[in-house]
Design a protein around this ligand. Structure first.
Ligand code: DX5
Ligand code: ZN
Length: 215
């Protein structure tokens, strides 16, 4: 079963409550919240107070994708705000195992994200302790970018690792995911699709965006 995680980065923030309810009633499986600090990525987005606001609007699981420097300093505030899944980047998390351990100690799910240039092998030593691996299919920072096809072999490699070890770990793809690019990502092994533009900016509306992705 493929899950769909709309990223609220492309939502209309003047109508956030309606947008969140719309994705929920259209059958979204979780909500993806992109946190950017203007340092790890060249954009600034939202902080824990948005997570708290969304948590008050929906029962869907919330995942916080932390594109920030020193993510270990902020994981607790995001969990306090209501994040159910904490995703940190491998590239800037020195003590990855410690972060994953702290997240899981609180009964939450831990995920690790890999930028397009980061090889799959870097998760080999930690994957047994993860609930999710996020393969970025754009360089993080903005929605509306083109899907980078060359990440597909990496997705396959991560899927092989997960299968070989027999672990229960989600494999998610994020960036440029739409009805044209999703099939290749799913064939390569992902089971969670993150999409901002394809859901919130679909010309026929959010429900249609989710429907076409699922199809
Ligand atoms: C990119 C973010 C993505 C982004 C996806 O840095 O991590 O979650 O919102 O946007 P689309 O689906 O438009 O590529
Ligand atoms: Zn994201």
């Amino acid at each position: 079963m493929i899950q769909i995680a709309p990223s609220i980065l492309s939502a209309d923030f003047t109508r956030l409550a309606e947008e969140v309810r719309a994705v929920e009633s259209a059958g979204a499986d979780r909500i993806h919240i992109d946190v950017m600090d203007g340092r790890f990525v060249p954009n600034i987005s939202m902080g824990p107070f948005i997570v708290e606001a969304i948590d008050s609007l929906t029962d869907l699981p919330l995942e916080a994708h932390l594109m920030i420097e020193e993510p270990d300093r902020y994981i607790d505030v995001f969990m306090d705000a209501g994040a159910d899944v904490i995703i940190v980047h491998q590239e800037n998390t020195t003590h990855l195992h410690r972060v994953v351990q702290s997240v899981r100690e609180r009964g939450k799910q831990a995920g690790v994200a890999l930028n397009p240039a980061t090889p799959a092998q870097v998760i080999d030593g930690i994957v047994d302790d993860l609930d999710l691996v996020l393969v970025m299919s754009v360089n993080p920072g903005f929605s509306g970018q083109r899907f980078i096809e060359s990440v597909l072999p990496k997705i396959r490699r991560v899927r092989e690792t997960i299968s070989d070890r027999g672990i229960d770990c989600d494999l998610e793809v994020d960036g440029g995911v739409n009805a044209d690019t999703a099939p290749a990502a799913v064939s390569a092994g992902v089971n969670v699709l993150v999409a901002a533009t394809a859901v919130f900016k679909h010309p026929d509306g959010i429900a249609e965006g989710i429907r076409t992705l699922r199809e």
